[in-house]
Every structure is written in C-alpha cells, then in structure tokens.
Design a protein around this ligand. Structure first.
Ligand code: TPP
Length: 556
C-alpha cells in the first residue's frame, strides 16, 4: 500500500484504525494533504468531504450523536481550525465525542510571517477534553491513543495538533500494514462501577418518606431501559415525571409539555408542585419556565444522575451528584425503594394535564394560519418511525407543545442552543441513520447554516421543513426591545428571502405553502421516496405569530 512517508501521519492512521474511528470528515487544504492522502488510501475509513469547516464539524457532531461513537475531523492550518469551535462547544455541553485532527506548521514557523499560520496548540482548551500537541520527532505519539480514548470515555471533543514540514505529498510503499480495527466495545452496565448499597440507603430512606418527588428528564438518546425504568417509577403516585420532547421517552402518565402545564400556574399551584426531592437526568432542559419555577420554589434536595464530571447546578440547589448512568442508578435504586401510596402528587397534576390537553385541542381548532398552526399540522403529519432534527429558537419551543407519535425520535443541539449548526447536524445524522430524517428550522437558522447542504453526503431521503416567518420570530415573542423599529432591525432582522432559488441551486424538490389549505395536501408528495432531498417552505404571518402564541398561553 502507498502511504505518506511522514511517520507522524502513519501513527495517526494506525491509531484511528486500531481504535475503530470509521467516519472521517475531511476539509481540503494542503498542510493536511499527508493525512488526506493517507485516509484516502485505506478503505476502512468512510470519508466525507466538506469544505466549510464550521459545517463539517456539525456534520461530524450529527454522525457522532447518532452512533454514540467518536467521529474524526481533519482540516488544514490557520483559521480553518477555528471554524470547528461552535461544534466543539456543542459537543462539550452535549457530551458528544469528536476527534479534531489539525495540520500545523512546525513550531518554529508560528508567528514568523508564514501564511495560514496561527497559534493552534491548545486553542480549544476551554472546551476540549484533551489536547495533544504532537512533535515531529515522534516522541509523544502515544498521546494519539490517549486522546481518542478520552473522547470515547468522557464524551466530548479532543484536539490533536500535528505539525508537518514540507514536502507534503511524498508517499512510500508500506509493507506489513495489517492493523485491524479493534472490536467495538459496547457501553454496558457491566463496564460501570455500581454505588455502594450502604451509601445509597440513606437516599432511599428519604425517597421513601417523601410525598412529592419530581423526576425531570432533559436531552436523552433513545434508551429502552430508561423507558422501562421510568414507566416503573411512574407507578408510584408520589412521583411526577416531567419530560421534554428531546428526552425521547413517552408515557401518558408523564408530563410531556411542561410549559403547557405550568404557564397558567399561580403561586398556590406552584406551591403544590414544589417537590421535596428533585431528580434530574439527561442533558439540557429547554423549558425556561421550569427553570424559573425550580429556582424560586427550590426542592429540599436535588439529586442529579450523570456519569460526567462537573454536573451543572441549574436550579441552585444541587445536593447530590450520583456519578453513574441512570441505567445503573435505577437498577440499584429500585431494590431499595417502595411506592408511597399515601400521595396524590402525580394524580393531581395529571388531572390538570388532561384539562390542558383538552383546552389545547379546543384552542388549536380555532387557531388561524400561523407558526403555531403550522407546527401542529407538520407534527401531526410526520411519517412513522422518522427522526426529527429540530433547530433552536422557536422550532424546539413550538415542538414541545405537541404530542408526538412514540416511534419518532427527536434531537436538538441544546448544548449551546446555537442557531449555527442545526442543519449540518441533521445532515450528519441522516448519513448514518436509516430512518428518514426531517429537519424543522426557522428561516434565520436555515440561511445561517446554509452550507450544510453544500456537500455530496446529503441523503436522498432528507427532508427540510423551513418555517419562514421572515425573521427571528422568537424576538417578537420575548419581551425586551422598546420600539418596533429596534425590534425589527436589530433583533428580529426582518427579511424577505425565500428558499426557492436556494432549492434549485442544490437540486432539491421544492414545495411552498402560505396557508393551511395549501399545506395540508403537500405531505403525501413531500414524504414520497425520491432520488433527491426535498424542501418544504411554509411562509407564516410575521406580525401575527407572536400574538397567536401569546393568546394560546392566555387561553390555556
Ligand atoms: C450562533 C447563534 N447566534 C445567535 C443566536 C441568537 N438567536 C437566537 S434565536 C435567533 C433567531 C432565530 O430565528 P429563526 O431561526 O428564524 O427562528 P424563529 O424564532 O423565527 O422560528 C438568534 C439570532 C444563537 N442562538 N446562536
């Protein structure tokens, strides 16, 4: 096999291969040519070429999010590397493993007037889990394996910076290159250390006595065991389980639209809802209202279950971090706890939930064409067993107001809640996801990350639903700007663009709806299998959307 002569390249290739790093997202450049050539020579690696490094990193994030496995990124030196940063921050807060491979100039050429040369070493230190600055003399190549292991175990981005001197394109024939990918190690309860029973017992005792226990589930990769465990937990009348759409768990006895339930609450109802013990698991929580509520009506105890270090103290009352997976935590905890049948906590709020759901249906039957009505229609018409990738801003907030079919999985980049990579993440997810992937996005997010579609990896069954409310609709809804002019110019960034030409540039099928009668009949054709992606643009009334949503919450 012909491989680059550079021994550092060979070391990186060997480590990626032996550690089973299959997907490599390559952005072109010449300083990284040795690695590009090397990855290109080895059929084991699946290569995806994406020019825009910001988008490339989010595509990698989407693949890694689905596989729960590290994905590698490779770029040239200079500002190319810095464009990875938004996705690295997202990976940090969402616990998604990425391996950043950056080509660099030899150290003596940094800050000496060479082109495409910046200070690359440790440049992501604030949000990376490991930084390996390789040396040309091969004295620290062992750091490559260490970096990859860290990404896999601690779930986040690691940075491997690799200095290359010229010549960059020389290859040699390599014999005895028979490195085999390692066997994939499954994440399993058996690989985790359980908690000591006598450590857990006092917590179980408190739990058994408490009459109001709230379990709040944030972003969560679909997990059958967790679903079973939460179903079991919900049989206890003293336990109220609150989920978000991104939790990917379903049960009619869970509160799945938190804002719908609590927005109309007054002080007395908040007091009723105030838990004695709050248990949180999963990632970030979207609902701002639940955060405000829990910060004001603090539980006596807040326990967070997560295998990761540094749990966030979101409600300013964290009293215990159980540092293990929720799978293992509940497997142990169930042996120690009993149902508290003297409580009416769950029932009380499930009754209110029923009232809300009825009211919701009633309001929506009379709601005119708007963002709210469009989300209802779109979500009710999703294909079975599809995957929804929801952009930030209003998209995720509207989605949380509706019941989804249980067999639909939902993802959203809530680590940093950026609008800069939702489309690219969705494109990445679709690369490795057999289910049809549907992206729902607002127009500002869509145009921001429009390079997401500038690659050959996008799948034919990919579908984009663009909720075009002619700007950042969320800014109309949240209180703040003092005048309409200020709002429209600096916050909403009112705009008239539509995506028709855009769709034609990328050879996507294009559908447009500007009212309900146009929208409803589109879905059959839109979801029909095709040999190219499709984009559905829904144009909603910019100046009405916020009023309709405010009215919805008022009427609830
Ligand atoms: C990278 C980044 N820049 C800026 C923001 C601030 N921001 C939040 S929402 C938003 C507007 C989003 O508008 P759009 O995607 O059209 O969604 P809509 O609310 O209209 O549905 C902006 C600029 C952000 N979240 N991320």
């Amino acid at each position: 096999m012909n491989l680059p002569k550079n021994k550092l390249v060979q070391a990186v290739l060997k480590s990626c291969l032996s550690n089973n790093i299959k997907h490599i997202i390559i952005s072109p450049g010449s300083r990284n040519a040795p690695l590009i050539i090397g990855f290109g020579q080895i059929p084991f690696f699946e290569k995806h070429v994406i020019v825009d490094e910001r988008s490339a990193a989010f595509v990698a994030l989407g693949i890694a999010q689905q596989l729960q496995e590290p994905v590698a990124l490779l770029c040239t030196s200079g500002s190319a590397l810095l464009n990875y940063y938004p996705a690295i921050a997202e990976a940090f807060y969402s616990h998604i493993p990425l391996i950043i491979l950056s080509a660099d100039r030899p150290k003596k050429w940094i800050d000496q007037g060479d082109g495409q040369t910046i200070r690359q070493e440790n440049v992501f230190a604030n949000h990376s889990l490991f930084n390996a600055n390789l040396r040309e003399d091969l004295t620290n190549v062992h750091l490559i394996d260490q970096a990859i292991q860290t990404a896999r175990d601690k779930k986040g981005a690691v940075h491997i910076n690799i200095p290359f001197d010229e010549p960059l394109y020389e290859t040699i024939t390599v014999q005895n290159w028979n490195i085999k990918p390692s066997k994939e190690k499954e994440d399993s309860l058996l690989n985790e250390d359980p908690l000591a029973v006598d450590f857990l017992e006092p917590f179980a005792e408190k739990w058994n006595k408490a009459k109001r226990k709230m379990v709040l589930v944030g972003v969560n990769y679909p997990n059958e065991l967790l679903q079973i465990q939460l179903n079991h937990l919900a049989k206890d009348p003293s336990v109220l389980i609150l989920t978000e759409t991104t939790s990917n768990v379903y049960n009619t006895n869970f509160i799945n639209s938190i804002d719908q339930l609590i927005t109309p609450f007054d002080g007395a109802l908040f007091k009723e809802l105030q838990p004695e013990i709050l248990v949180t698991l999963g990632g970030m929580v979207v609902s701002k209202r639940i955060k405000q509520f829990l910060r004001k009506y603090k539980p006596k105890e807040h326990w967070h279950i997560s295998p990761f270090d540094n749990p966030p103290n979101t409600y300013e009352c964290l009293s215990q971090h159980f540092k293990l997976s929720s799978d293992l935590f509940f497997s142990q905890f169930f042996f120690l706890i009993t149902n508290n049948t003297s409580s009416n906590y769950q029932n009380y709020f499930l009754t209110i939930k029923e009232t809300r759901k009825a009211k919701h249906g009633e309001i929506l039957s009379k709601t005119s064409f708007s963002d709210l009505k469009s989300y209802e229609t779109v979500l009710a018409n999703l294909p079975e067993k599809s995957q929804l990738q929801v952009a930030n801003s209003s998209a995720i907030r509207y989605t949380q107001l509706f019941d989804l079919n249980e067999n639909i999985t939902v993802f959203c980049n809530r680590g940093t809640s950026g609008i800069d990579g939702s489309s690219s993440t969705a494109v990445g997810a679709a690369i490795v996801q057999e289910k049809p992937v549907i992206l729902i996005t607002g127009d500002i997010s869509f145009f921001y990350d429009s390079n997401a579609f500038w690659n050959d990896s996008i799948k034919a069954n990919f579908r984009i639903i663009l909720m075009n409310n002619s700007g950042g609709g969320i800014f109309r809804y949240i209180p703040g700007p003092s005048s309409t002019e200020e709002l429209e110019t600096y916050f909403e960034t009112k705009q008239q663009r539509n995506a028709k030409e855009f769709a034609s540039m990328y050879n996507f099928d294009y559908y447009l709806a500007s009212d309900l009668s146009e929208l409803k009949p589109i879905f059959a054709a839109f979801y029909k299998p095709s040999n190219k992606p499709k984009l559905l643009e829904i144009q909603t009334p910019r100046e009405l959307n916020d009023l309709i949503l405010k009215d919805y919450f008022k009427k609830l």
